[in-house]
Design a protein around this ligand. Structure first.
Ligand code: AMP
Ligand code: GLY
Length: 450
């Protein structure tokens, strides 16, 4: 059994580790963006390369002759790597380009849900460039929509992949109607379309599912923390850390909230099948927000979350390789998937100046000889030099995951391990703490009581 894995972060390390635990003992050949010390320990070969160079990745895959490929990051999936590999006869766990539009195009995702009557979107409108002469009218329409329909509480979304940086919110990044209209016009000039939607108030969470066509099997729900600093302050990042609870739900969700999110993932998989006339095969990631009267969709991704994968994959007790095979051949079923009933807390170690600067790039960090048994360590944007030193890149460095019977114990394990890492690094001490979780529970109580 040979698997070709394309990876750019700690998520890929967690995927490799879960694949390697399979009784099928697969040989993993990895294409990575850095000389990842974690991947090196697991994979038979690690090829450091530009994973966006389709021809180079395909050439490598052809020489590997894998049973299947697993593509972890969004950019190569969005650019159509799966289409290329499948045309060479290599089946993939990841969707083809037109199915991946559920992530790569915000307007596709919203319009798909609207067309298929999936009532989970905030109030929204897609504005499209028609002709140069119409630009002034478009700006007038946008201004009117922001002011009179959304009453100044809006979100403007760039309609293509932009590393999580294309979304701007009123009251945070855009302080006036003028600023909102200007950013919307900038989006239109750059990619032809913009999505503008109502700004929702609530608590966000992710529900990822294994998907093969219309068969959808959920993983435990996870909550991510996007802001760089404690107390959800500072600039947005790719995700500073996450937690999941032993029962598969989260402390601020009702049973009905989770069931609704699960149903929405099912409906979206079915809508994709109807719309694209072929099955989505891979991981569908629903980004949700719990609001006063249920849940709404913030976004969809067509891959594992990073760090969400780091929470769920260490808990997977069944054969991950078999799950991948069943996704490909259409035999996925719930009995192939079982997660351990444990809580997890993941805290990302990042360079000190992340995400604004890359000042620490190339500097050394020192890890303890060993970590506690209930801690997992997943390497992201770090590389190993010839002397075995671990050097920082510019992005998120190492995902540290604590596992315990409850969130409190998992948090203590993650926090203790993070404190042992020496170097010019940063992490969020508040992720998964009782205090931080209580704030979310209180907010949901307040919203539901209104
Ligand atoms: P996205 O890339 O669509 O996930 O958006 C990035 C971040 O913007 C999300 O994680 C949310 O925090 C925020 N966001 C996006 N859409 C909305 C919305 N309609 N209401 C409130 N916040 C939003
Ligand atoms: N953790 C957010 C993401 O993977 O998109």
């Amino acid at each position: 059994m040979r698997i070709f894995l394309v990876s750019n972060s700690a998520r890929g390390h967690a995927i490799a580790e879960a694949l390697a635990r399979s009784p099928q003992k697969p040989e993993i050949i990895a294409a990575c963006t850095v000389n990842d010390p974690g991947m090196k320990k697991i994979a038979k070969e690690v090829h450091v390369m530009d994973i966006m160079s389709m021809s180079k990745v395909c050439q490598l895959a052809r020489s590997v002759k894998p049973d299947f490929a697993f593509i972890a990051p969004d950019d190569p999936i969005g650019a159509g790597l799966v289409d290329r590999l499948e045309s060479e006869g290599i089946p993939c766990v990841a969707p083809r380009k037109h199915l991946a539009r559920i992530e790569s195009s915000k307007s596709f995702a919203r319009e798909l849900m609207k067309k298929h009557k999936i009532d989970a979107s905030p109030k929204f409108r897609t504005f499209e460039f028609t002709s140069k002469d119409e630009l002034t009218h478009l700006e007038i329409d946008i201004r009117a929509y922001l002011e009179h329909e959304l009453h100044g509480h809006y979100v403007v979304k760039y309609d293509a992949l932009k590393g999580g940086k294309g979304v701007k919110l009123s009251g945070e990044h855009l302080l006036t109607i003028d600023a909102g209209a200007r950013y919307a016009m900038e989006c239109i000039e750059q990619c032809g379309t913009v999505v503008i939607e109502e700004k929702l108030i609530g608590v966000e969470f992710s529900l990822m599912s294994f998907v093969s066509g219309t068969t959808v099997v959920d993983m435990p729900a996870v909550q991510d923390h996007k802001r760089a600093h404690n107390g959800d302050t500072g600039p947005n990042t790719g995700g500073m850390g996450t937690y999941s609870d032993a029962g598969g739900s989260l402390p601020f969700l009702t049973e009905k909230d989770l069931a609704e999110a699960s149903e929405i993932n099912r409906s979206v998989a079915k809508a994709l099948m109807d719309e694209c006339v072929e099955p989505f095969k891979g991981i569908l990631y629903g980004g949700f927000i719990a609001v006063a009267d249920g849940v709404k969709v913030i976004e969809y991704n067509a891959r594992f979350g990073d760090p969400e994968a780091l929470n769920v994959l260490p808990l997977l007790e069944t054969d991950f390789v078999k799950i991948c095979q069943s996704i490909i051949d259409g035999t996925l079923s719930p009995d192939l998937v079982r997660f351990g009933k444990k809580a997890t807390v993941c805290k990302y170690i990042t360079p000190k100046s992340y995400p604004e600067h890359k000042d620490e790039k190339g500097q050394k960090i020192i890890l303890p000889e060993r970590f506690a048994d209930n801690v997992r360590v997943y390497f992201g944007d770090v590389s190993e030099d010839q002397n075995g030193n671990i050097l920082l890149g510019g992005s998120r460095s190492i995902g540290i995951v604590g596992i315990g019977d409850n969130i409190e114990l998992a948090e203590q394990a993650a926090q203790g391990a993070c404190e042992k890492i020496a170097g010019p690094v940063h992490f969020r001490a508040d992720i998964g703490t009782l205090d931080s979780i209580q704030k979310r529970v209180d907010l949901m109580h307040k919203l539901r009581a209104r």
